[in-house]
Ligand binder design. Structure first.
Ligand code: AP5
Length: 223
């Protein structure tokens, strides 16, 4: 199963991708996480990407496509994957088509998690992340047991640099102009599944699972 999770910033793509990845034992490939890792490690890709990420802009297509290509060719992606945060432009979608063709695979579905603008802002302002295990919390919706401390490994949680108010506005604008056209792109290809994201995490997961379970067995079977 080759799934794309789509939606505006903080729609809950990573949260849902992580849950799906556990159910089907397939990797969760999140371009935002991969880029942040490169930034933390100070790699040449990370240094280049940071210039864009700090301003809420998209990192150049060629750089992101290279990262994704590397991960989709890995052995652990042979039985499928959940893509999160990619593609984000029509040109990235075209590159993904080429990559799928080369791998002899096809995108199974694009799950579009729809969330209102007010909810996006609330989710972003409440998001906290564990620097050790990358677990995502939210001070309003799924807070850690002890404020600012990861339940699993005791690390101090942090807030992403690009979750600051000025950058968030730009990320939403960029989504509307550069990424949203992909909704029509994938709808035309009959791959788009609309999911209402304005519900609790478990309820959104249940709706996604309901769709996945309704598909023929070949859809979710290992490649
Ligand atoms: P990226 O990390 O992909 O950011 P994003 O798309 O803006 O998405 P987020 O990570 O903000 O949110 P999410 O939808 O995963 O939500 P989450 O599950 O965390 O990209 C960051 C930057 O990297 C970009 O701006 C760009 O510069 C660069 N980049 C990345 N990919 C790129 C690409 N392909 N091309 C070019 N540049 C690229 O949830 C959010 C919060 O809400 C959490 O606190 C969570 O606990 C909570 N929550 C989740 N679901 C629910 C729910 N149902 N109810 C209540 N709370 C919820």
């Amino acid at each position: 199963m080759q799934l794309i999770l789509f939606g505006p910033p903080a729609a809950g793509k990573s949260t849902q991708a992580e849950l799906i990845s556990k159910v089907y034992d397939i990797p969760h490939v999140a371009t935002g996480d991969l880029l942040r890792q490169d930034v933390r490690e100070g790699t040449p890709i990370g240094r280049e990407a940071k210039k864009y990420m700090d301003r809420g802009l998209l990192v150049p297509d060629d750089l992101v496509v290279r990262l994704v290509r590397e991960h989709l060719k890995r052995r652990d992606a042979m039985n499928g994957f959940v893509l999160d945060g990619f593609p984000r432009t029509v040109s990235q979608a075209a590159a993904l088509n080429g990559l799928m063709k080369a791998l002899g695979r096809e995108i199974s579905a694009v799950i579009d998690i729809e969330v209102s603008d007010e909810e996006v802002l609330r989710r972003i302002s409440g998001r906290r992340i564990c620097p050790t295990c990358d677990k995502i919390y939210n001070v309003y919706y799924n807070p850690p047991q002890v404020p600012d401390i990861c339940d699993d490994d005791g690390s101090k949680l942090y807030q992403r640099d690009d979750d600051r108010e000025a950058v968030v506005e730009r990320r939403i604008e960029v989504y509307d102009v550069q990424t949203k056209p992909l909704i029509a792109y994938y709808r035309r290809r009959d791959l788009l599944i609309d999911i209402s994201g304005d519900k609790a995490i478990d309820a959104v997961h249940a709706e996604i699972m309901c769709f996945l379970k309704s598909m023929p067995e070949s859809f979710t079977a290992p490649f």
